[in-house]
Design a protein around this ligand. Structure first.
Ligand code: FE2
Length: 374
């Protein structure tokens, strides 16, 4: 039985090789100002643009880059645009987690055959720099996955966009790539979406956390981490669990008015430097109680970083069998308490900081209480 399920899992992995996260597209109320925030606070740079100046009449999209991370910030330019419905319901949020593939038509065929709901039929777009082939499927909430094939394209982003240069280029903060993207789904919906990623995209459930792992005195959640075959794409899926008070996932679902992306974790090779720079530019992080650091050495053993410095920056540490990791979480980056970021530095560890859940969630609850949502 064991070997049978192993074989099935391996076969499932083969049909959708993913090369990484291609881009993350946000629908926002004012892309020009959001782009300025991600540049000045997070150290992104302009890469490309589409809007009225380039012949696109109904929206403006700013493409920003740092390391291998590409963010697309899109705003509709009139009240009839369908993107407005997304904005009215969810506020600013992630619409698309785009996945880099070798063959977007094949990815579409394989996933739709396995039950994916169609978002975008396979499409080829061309300009003088070559062609990009794309297709898209729906996932949780109103979030979608776009499959992007760009092996025959040499332009800055994709056809329809022009290279964008700016005189305002703040120094980057050392963000390298997307480590994982977490989705919040509704009550008792986690296993539905776990099955979706297993059956439709061939992912594996590599880690599970139940409400005993992730609960404080007040609130709880459950989580399963889904990974594609090569581990480049990791999507943890959270659902709320019953506690004395309102779970942070429930707060998200209330304010996002549905399922959606909760946090994007971005990797750095030097978290102390990255977080020092982010703090100096006004990025707000969750505060961790001093007591967390009193027992840190006993819990994680020897680490390269000075605990005093980690404490001054509220950086968390956790260890697993393969090494340790350092991580920190921003406060929500929008007025609705929905999307936030994680900065993560992995020193061998491949896990997600289970040893930090309690300290982290107590810290989130302090913020929830301030908002009157606990
Ligand atoms: Fe995370």
């Amino acid at each position: 039985m064991q070997s049978n399920s192993q074989t099935i899992t391996e076969n499932k992995q083969d049909f959708l090789p993913l090369k990484g996260t291609d881009f993350i597209e946000f629908y926002v109320g004012n892309a020009k100002q959001a782009a300025h925030y991600y540049k000045s606070a997070f150290g992104f740079k302009n890469l490309a643009y589409a809007g009225p100046e380039t012949g696109v009449r109904d929206r403006a999209s700013y493409v920003l880059v740092q390391g291998k991370i590409r963010l697309v910030l899109t705003t509709p330019l009139n009240s009839n645009h369908p993107i407005n419905q997304h904005l009215i319901k969810h506020g600013d949020g992630v619409h698309s987690l785009a996945l880099w593939v070798d063959d977007a038509y094949y990815a579409f065929e394989q996933t739709v055959k396995r039950g994916a709901k169609v978002f975008m039929e396979p499409t080829t777009i061309k300009d003088e720099n070559g062609e990009v082939r794309m297709s898209g499927i729906h996932t949780y909430g109103e979030t979608v996955h776009i499959f992007v094939e760009r092996k025959n394209y040499n332009g800055p982003f994709m056809p329809g966009y022009v290279k964008m240069e700016s005189e305002f280029n703040p120094e980057d903060v050392g963000l390298l790539y997307v480590d994982h993207c977490v989705g919040n789904v509704g009550w008792n919906r986690m296993n539905t979406w776990v099955k979706f990623y297993e059956d439709v995209l061939g992912f594996k459930n590599i880690l599970s956390f139940d409400d005993k792992d992730i609960s404080t005195e007040y609130s709880a959640l459950m989580s399963k981490v889904m990974s594609n075959g090569n581990g480049y794409i990791k999507f943890p899926i959270n659902e709320p669990a019953e506690g004395k008070k309102k779970s942070q996932v429930e707060e998200y679902l209330d304010f996002y008015e549905g399922e959606g992306v909760q946090h994007i974790a971005v990797a750095t090779n030097n978290i102390i430097d990255t977080v020092t720079k982010l703090r100096s530019r006004g990025v707000e992080f969750l505060t961790i109680p001093d007591s967390y650091y009193d027992s840190l050495k006993d819990r994680v053993g020897n680490i390269d970083e000075e605990i005093k410095i980690l404490k001054s920056l509220s950086i968390l540490v956790d260890r697993d069998d393969e090494g340790y990791l350092l991580q920190i979480f921003t406060k929500p980056v929008e007025d609705r308490p929905t999307l936030f970021y994680e900065i993560i530095q992995r020193k061998g560890a491949k896990s997600f900081g289970k040893g930090n859940f309690k300290a982290l969630f107590e810290s989130i609850e302090i913020e929830q209480a301030k908002r009157g949502n606990l």
